[in-house]
Design a binder for this molecule. Structure first.
Ligand code: PAF
Length: 307
């Protein structure tokens, strides 16, 4: 084990990033950024610092200490990795603490948060979104495991009033490798297509992702994919169904031993992102007068199960 160190030189060159969300992705970004010498603070309810033992992909461990961001100091750079259903209230709570030209990066599963988030910010504050395929989980409150190598896609959601390269640099160090795109929507639809198949099914049946490879789940998965592709197309973001099917199979295979985030939420008795995943698909379908029997049935089953 070795302690993660900050270099004074880097500290003066780089702004402090405030990370909001003590879930796996927030802490993964915080630990990896700190390992690469970024000053990082957490937005914590309590003033005491927290300590994280981070097991990297290489199996090396590093110890991380994160202080709470001192209230009263304006936040210039913030990475918000909370659940989709918490984004709006979290931003509302943070608004008085953000600088006039703050760079705000969101990252979560599901869709439907960007418009309300954009509406809350001023024209000089810039909103970004990162979609990531890194796998991580918390073995307990103080232990974070980086379980699967991934990559990220970054896009500016609002037009940059002035380019800030610190955002790209931070995301590359925290959740890289990163690709920057002009429009995040196609990427979000693709991720949604994966999540709206894997997450509710694994959570409903209380199974690891790999179990979805069984023949008995194939017809339902195919139907769910077909339906979400209809909606994506109606929204102007057509998905190639055959390639998406391959991608879904790959994710099931590569994350076979993982518990989906929705299953983890269910097991921990936490609220799930169902409304921002299946619920979002159904809501958009309604706009286009599309009926989605497979999604409607799965959504209902999840609701009946208390999601
Ligand atoms: O939400 C999740 O768990 C992940 O996005 C994914 C890709 C389904 C793997 O578990």
């Amino acid at each position: 084990m070795y302690p993660a160190m900050n270099s004074n030189a880097m500290q003066s060159a780089n702004p402090t990033w405030v990370v909001v969300g003590k879930g796996a992705i927030g802490l993964l970004a915080a630990c990896q950024a700190q390992l690469r010498q970024w000053p990082v603070a957490l937005w914590l309810r309590q003033p005491q610092p927290i300590q994280i033992d981070f097991r990297q992909l290489t199996q090396e461990h590093s110890q991380h200490h994160f202080s709470s961001w001192p209230v009263g100091t304006p936040i210039t750079h913030i990475f918000i990795a909370v659940k989709a259903f918490d984004v709006q209230s979290c931003l509302q709570q943070l608004l008085p603490h953000l600088s006039d030209d703050a760079q705000i990066v969101l990252s979560h599963n599901g869709m439907g948060t960007l418009e309300p988030a954009r509406a809350l910010l001023s024209s000089k504050q810039q909103l970004w979104f990162v979609s990531t395929t890194h796998g991580a989980y918390k073995a307990d409150k103080h232990q974070l495991i980086h379980s699967g190598s991934g990559q990220s896609v970054l896009a500016a959601v609002t037009a940059p009033p002035k380019p800030d390269s610190k955002v790209q640099q931070f995301v590359a160090d925290a959740l890289g490798p990163v690709t920057e795109v002009d429009n995040i929507e196609p990427c979000l639809w693709q991720k949604l297509a994966i999540n709206c198949l894997i997450n509710p099914l694994t959570a409903l049946h209380n199974i690891q992702n790999g179990e979805l490879a069984q023949a008995k789940y194939q017809p339902q998965l195919k139907q769910l994919l077909h339906e979400v592709c209809l909606v994506a197309e109606a929204e102007g973001y057509p998905l190639h169904e055959a390639s998406c099917w391959q991608l879904v199979q790959q994710v099931i295979e590569k994350t076979a031993a993982n518990r989906s985030s929705m299953l983890q939420d269910r097991r921990a008795n936490r609220p799930t992102e169902l409304d921002f995943i299946s619920g979002f698909v159904l809501k958009q379908a309604k706009k286009h007068q599309l009926t989605l029997p497979a999604h409607a049935c799965l959504y209902q089953q999840c609701q009946d199960a208390g999601f």
